[in-house]
Design a protein around this ligand. Structure first.
Ligand code: ADP
Length: 162
């Protein structure tokens, strides 16, 4: 069974993340979406761990072969625990590359049994990021084509527009 771990902050999950998961399902048997439970970064996140997890679970609930979990600590340890053969990451633009390259090589050192697997999203989502969505939502801009319904609702609530 080919298991891929898809780690991220998912603050919040966007259609770009979903696009990547759908592509990965064509290649892997199981995708484990691992939401970073990072206390040090909690202040930088807009949504709490619980809120991020609830939105991801609600969004992916009908996707067979996709599991959602939180993770703390080293990704390499999670990879070992799950017996995953791959770490899934997305590449949108050149700007993602340097950081991802560094992480991939470090993860290879820490967990040589898993390869980092990069996927490109549909061109519709190449410019999409959780940060951009938050910036638009903060001013009540229209984000319906970028995020699932549940996220749109939660963002409106968070910024006091609902
Ligand atoms: P992190 O804080 O770990 O970067 P994110 O939730 O922002 O967490 O992203 C998780 C992964 O999903 C990253 O590899 C990121 O490049 C990828 N990703 C995010 N948005 C998109 C998108 N629109 N298209 C493709 N990949 C994306």
């Amino acid at each position: 069974m080919k298991i891929a771990v898809y780690p991220g902050s998912f603050d919040p999950i966007t259609n770009g993340h979903i696009d990547l998961i759908q592509r990965a399902l064509l290649i892997f048997d199981r995708i484990v979406v691992a939401i970073a439970d990072n206390v040090e970064k909690e202040r930088e996140y807009l949504f709490t761990m619980e809120e991020r997890e609830d939105m991801v679970k609600e969004t992916l609930k009908n996707m067979e072969r996709v599991e959602v979990m939180r993770f703390k600590g080293l990704l390499a340890d999670l990879v070992k625990k799950l017996g995953a053969c791959s770490i899934l990451r997305g590449l949108r633009a050149v700007s993602d590359f340097e950081y991802e390259f560094q992480m991939a090589l470090m993860n290879r050192k820490l967990a040589p049994e898993a390869e980092t697997f990069f996927l490109m999203p549909s061109e519709h989502y190449v410019y999409l990021s959780s940060s951009l969505v938050k910036d638009i939502a903060r001013f009540n801009g229209n984000i319906c084509e970028f995020v699932p319904k549940v996220v749109e609702r939660e963002l409106k609530k968070k910024f006091g527009f609902a």
